[in-house]
Design a binder for this molecule. Structure first.
Ligand code: 5CA
Ligand code: ZN
Length: 408
C-alpha cells in the first residue's frame, strides 16, 4: 500500500542515549538493543472510521520511539499493517449501505493525511491485509505442517498450546484470558474447539461476504495471523518492538507472537512488547465501536494547528491513562505559542543543557512530559531575560522537530 510522505528531520549535534522501554512481557523497563537497523512492527488501523485521538496517541508514541532510535544512530525499519478486511469493516458496510472497499479506501486515505499533518514518520512498509492473503495462506500451511492447526466446520484454528510460551506476552491467568478473549473478538464458546482460547486463522467463505481463493480454500484470514505474516515477511524474527495500544496485548499480540514462534521454531517474536495506554473521552475509552470520538481530521478542519494536537498528546506519558479535554488542547495551543515566540527571537539562553535534558527524558521510557518541561524552561527563560546565544533558537527549533515532531 502507499504510505505517506517522509517529514524532513533536522540533524542534531552529538548522539542520543540508548532507549529504555517498558516491556509488557517481562514487566520491566529494559534497554532496547537494536542492531544498526532497529526493527519495529506497529499494528495499524482497521479503517472503518476516521483517526481519533486514541489512535493518534498510539502512533505518536511509536513515532517518538522511531525518532529516539534515529537520534541514537540507528536506522529504523518500521512496518505497519492496515486491517482492510475484518468483521467491523463488513458490519459498518452493511449498517451504512456502503461498499466495504470504499470505506477502507477512504478512511485509509484520511489516516495518511492525519499522520502527515501530525509529522509521523511513515512506515517503510505499509501493508494491507487483503494484499497479504497469499502470504497468510502460506503461513497457515506451514502451521498445518507443524501440526498446529485443526478444522472446525471448515474454519481453521491455531492450537495456542502448540507454543509452550503461550501466555507470556500479556501474563494473564487462565480466567482473565478467557474473559478478555471473549470481549475482544474471540470465540471461546464455539463447539468443536479443542481449547477455548484457540484462535481462528482462516475463515471459510460466508454468504454475502468477500472471500478469496487460496490453497486453504475459499475464505478470508483471521485477524492475528495477518500481523504475524506481515511482520515475518518484512522484518523476520526477532523484532525489537511489537507495538500497539494496551487493548492489543491480549489476545492480539499474544496470539501473533505464538503463531510466529511456532512458525519459526524460535523465541521470542519480539524483544519488547510495548503498549500505549488508552485515551478516554466522556468517561469511556475512545472507541469506534462506542462512537465517543474526537477526530484528528475534525480538529484540523476546524483550524487547530496539528503541532498543538501533537503537543497535547505528548503532554501525557504513554503508560498513563488519560482523558482528552478541551482544556488540555488549549494548554497545548498556549504552549506552542510560547515556544514559537521564544524560538523566533534572534538569541536566547544556551540550549545545550535543554538538548541533554530532552534526550535523557525520552531515552528513559519516553518521559515526554519531562521533555516538554525542559523546553518550557528554556522558552520561559528566553521570554524573561532574552539571552545572548544566537544559535540557541535554531537548536531549540531543531530538537523540537527531530525528537518531538513539533514544528516551531
Ligand atoms: N487493526 C487492528 C490492529 S492489527 C486495530 O486494533 N485497529 S484499531 O483501529 O482498532 O486500532 C489501531 C491502534 O490504535 C491500535 O494499536 C489500538 O490499540 C490503538 N487504539 C485504539 N483505541 C485507542 C484509544 N482509545 N487510546 C489509545 N490507543 C487506541
Ligand atoms: Zn495487529
Amino acid at each position: 500500500m502507499k504510505s505517506w510522505p517522509h517529514p524532513y528531520l533536522p540533524s542534531l549535534p552529538g548522539t542520543g542515549l540508548p532507549l529504555w522501554l517498558f516491556d509488557t512481557a517481562t514487566r520491566q523497563v529494559r534497554a532496547t538493543e537494536p542492531g544498526p537497523t532497529a526493527r519495529m512492527y506497529v499494528c495499524g488501523i482497521t479503517p472503518y472510521d476516521a483517526t481519533h485521538m486514541g489512535h493518534a496517541f498510539t502512533y505518536v508514541t511509536f513515532d517518538t520511539i522511531n525518532r529516539v532510535w534515529r537520534d541514537s544512530g540507528h536506522d529504523v525499519h518500521y512496518v505497519q499493517n492496515v486491517t482492510d478486511i475484518d468483521d467491523p469493516l463488513l458490519e459498518r458496510a452493511v449498517a451504512t449501505g456502503q461498499d466495504w472497499q470504499e470505506i477502507a479506501h477512504r478512511e485509509t486515505a484520511l489516516f495518511r493525511e492525519d499522520m502527515t499533518d501530525l509529522n509521523v514518520i511513515p512506515p517503510q512498509d505499509y501493508i494491507g491485509a487483503v494484499e497479504s492473503i497469499p502470504s497468510v495462506a502460506g503461513h497457515v500451511e506451514t502451521l498445518q505442517e507443524r501440526g498446529a492447526v485443526y478444522a472446525v466446520d471448515g474454519d481453521l484454528y491455531f492450537r495456542v498450546r502448540s507454543d509452550p510460551r503461550f501466555g507470556e506476552v500479556a501474563g494473564l491467568d487462565g480466567a482473565q484470558m478467557l474473559a478478555v478473549f471473549a470481549e475482544r473478538g474471540g470465540d471461546p464458546d464455539r463447539p468443536g474447539k479443542e481449547d477455548p482460547l484457540d484462535c481462528l486463522v482462516w475463515q471459510s467463505a460466508r454468504p454475502d461476504e468477500p472471500a478469496w481463493d487460496t490453497p486453504l480454500g475459499h475464505g478470508r484470514p483471521g485477524w492475528h495471523i495477518e500481523c504475524t505474516a506481515i511482520a515475518l515477511d518484512h522484518l523476520g524474527m526477532t523484532i525489537d518492538v511489537q507495538g500497539g495500544g494496551t487493548d492489543l496485548a491480549f489476545p492480539h499480540h499474544e496470539m501473533s507472537a505464538s503463531e510466529a514462534q511456532v512458525l519459526r521454531q524460535e523465541w521470542p517474536f519480539a524483544r519488547h512488547y510495548v503498549h500505549s495506554s488508552m485515551v478516554s473521552w466522556q468517561g469511556h475509552k475512545m472507541s469506534k465501536s462506542r462512537g465517543n470520538l474526537v477526530f484528528v481530521s475534525k480538529l484540523r478542519h476546524d483550524g487547530v494547528d496539528p503541532n498543538a494536537i501533537r503537543l497535547a498528546l505528548l503532554a501525557h506519558h504513554y503508560r498513563s491513562e488519560w482523558a482528552w479535554t478541551e482544556h488540555g488542547l488549549a494548554g497545548a495551543v498556549a504552549r506552542l505559542e510560547m515556544w514559537r515566540a521564544a524560538a523566533d527571537a534572534p538569541a536566547g539562553p544556551s540550549a545545550q543543557a535543554t538538548l541533554v535534558r530532552v534526550r535523557a527524558a525520552l531515552a528513559d521510557d519516553l518521559r515526554t512530559p519531562e521533555a516538554l518541561d525542559a523546553i518550557d524552561d528554556w522558552a520561559m527563560a528566553q521570554q524573561a531575560d532574552g539571552g545572548t546565544d544566537p544559535d540557541a533558537p535554531d537548536l531549540i527549533r531543531n530538537l523540537a522537530d527531530a525528537l518531538l515532531g513539533i514544528r516551531l
